[in-house]
Design a protein around this ligand. Sequence first.
Ligand code: SF4
Length: 539
Amino acid sequence: MQLTLWTYEGPPHVGAMRIATALKDVHYVLHAPQGDTYADLLFTMIERSKKRPPVTYTTFQARDLGGDTAELFKNATREAYARFQPNAMMVGASCTAELIQDDPAGLAKALNLPIPVIPLELPSYQKKENWGAAETFYQMVRTLAAPAVKTPAATLVAERAAARAAGKAPSCNILGATALGFRHRDDVHEIQKLLGELGIEVNVTAPLNASVADLQRLGEADFNVVLYPEIAGVATSWLTRTFGQPATKVIPIGVNATTEFIAEVAALAGLDASIVDRYQNSRAQWYSKSVDSTYLTGKRVFIFGDATHVIAAARVASQEIGFEVVGLGTYSREFARDVREAAALYGVEALITDDYLEVEQKASELAPDLMLGTQMERHIAKRLGIPCAVISAPIHVQDFPARYSPQMGFEGANVLFDTWIHPLMMGLEEHLIMMFREDFEFDASAAGSHLGHRAVNHAPAAPAKTEIPAEQISVTASAVVDAVVGEATWAPDAMKELGKIPFFVRGKARRNTERFAIEQGLSMITIETLYDAKAHYGR
Ligand code: SF4
């Protein structure tokens, strides 16, 4: 048995909690031991939700196991209904409660509550959080929307087409956003806005902010927009089979994918395809033409997270920002095939694992310039000294910013650009600071440069050794000469590489490299020495 300190996903009942918390008027009764209430903190502390999740725990203790835990469950369910008056209830068991086999479904049925009660069978020892969320959403949709099924799907499709031909605006459902999702709240807003601009009505957004009544009328839409297949995939397939509703496949993350998404929904809604031409307004494209982008081109990036976000991020990184994808992986085993296919596009082998130690090992082997990942990768990257940006759950409190910060749509593309590029720029700044750290104005005792009149008058530090002035280093091979410094000699190609460093930091880079070479007992400074010295002083 492996002791796990961190996991990418919680047990499946946490997935069910994400659905319950996203919906407006349901309540979840969870047969669970004392201690499982920790899950509330995910929502109140990490997501900063204003209210507790709508969950009642039976919180049985060790001493209860000798008595009637089934009665405990029935009382908790009865009391939760009386207190919260929900319009539907979910019932189920957490990992430990599953072992005592009390059958929450049968017990709840015996109570004859006057609302729909949806039993959740979530095998805690085989499945995980996202699977639990997908299964819960599917069971809710199926139970609540099924009574509306009175007509065969083919007839419904024909009726909807006739209504649109008569001038009715096209409509869709937006599916997949949950509580505790990475930027789900803002993604929904961005996509609602985009669909509104296209003249497409949003029938229901679910599960986030949907009521029981909303789920009951999911079948009225012309098609479904699937934002997160991990959560909405199963329910969407059922809606397609039952109501004949087609669904989107493109995840609108990045400028290119958003443009493709617009074309896809335009086709599903029967709109003129030329509408896509209107949408070329992202600042990311402008930025990619700016001088900063030259510094970014070819940066090596390792991407790990849920399947939806890593596939999308790899495409943006490669096609829109000009990074080189050197590693790609997911903990979403159900979507391993999709991630493998995506990885093949970049000539890399997908890493499919839910063991963060394997991810750390891979990151240290690849030594990328940037990691895009989850909260786990943020920790890994920090330990390895690699710049990192978060693109996927699991996430921490800082990934629920107060400001509007979507990942999807054109504004999402701008947010991606800013959040991915920032750590690289910070890396550059830190590097410069390390280069100059011994200069007098960076000395701890020096006054700030804006306080010139109070600045301490430092004697200039004695040069460590005689050296060729940096200005005399030419970037052309013909002018490169071997220079002997102490016991280390600059190889011509290393000298040429030194010449590529901006003049204002070149002298410092040279001194640091020479000192490093002498400390390491190297007689020849090669390109590798130059970069080893850079890494050494950058730590
Ligand atoms: S029942 Fe499951 S979720 Fe609850 S504490 Fe035990 S292992 Fe964790």
